[in-house]
Design a protein around this ligand. Structure first.
Ligand SMILES: [Zn+2]
Length: 121
């Protein structure tokens, strides 16, 4: 189905639409949760169709397992465990683990150590 890269303007439009869908999902969750889940589905379809990612701000707001919209404190909870952000989906019981600021520290350290190795007598 996917036929290579889409032009940038198309991806921009897709991103904007996904943002709108997720915003709607958030706004309507408390009154119409089933609509929110549908918005997520629509956003995911756009994401596949245009071969582009869900905008980062929203990528943690839906369950990667059941694709339901997650509203913290209502159908999901977030905890920090072992330096990982655990997002628990109460719809299906799935837990998403997201590393919490790990890469920065390691990169800096690797750089530092490679400098130290230089042998100057
Ligand atoms: Zn789920």
């Amino acid at each position: 189905m996917s036929r290579g890269k889409k032009p940038k303007w198309m991806i921009d439009i897709a991103n904007e639409r996904m943002n709108i869908l997720f915003k709607n999902a958030e706004e309507q969750f408390l009154t119409h949760p089933e609509r929110s889940h549908r918005y997520v589905e629509m956003a995911l379809k756009l994401s596949t169709k245009y071969n582009t990612k869900i905008p980062e701000v929203w990528s943690r707001r839906y369950c990667k397992n059941c694709n339901k919209f997650l509203y913290y404190g209502h159908n999901s909870s977030v905890r920090l465990i072992n330096e990982k952000v655990n997002i628990f989906c109460e719809e299906c019981g799935h837990v998403m683990k997201i590393p919490y600021q790990r890469e920065k520290k390691e990169k800096r350290r690797a750089k530092y150590e490679s400098r130290e190795k230089r042998t100057d007598e």
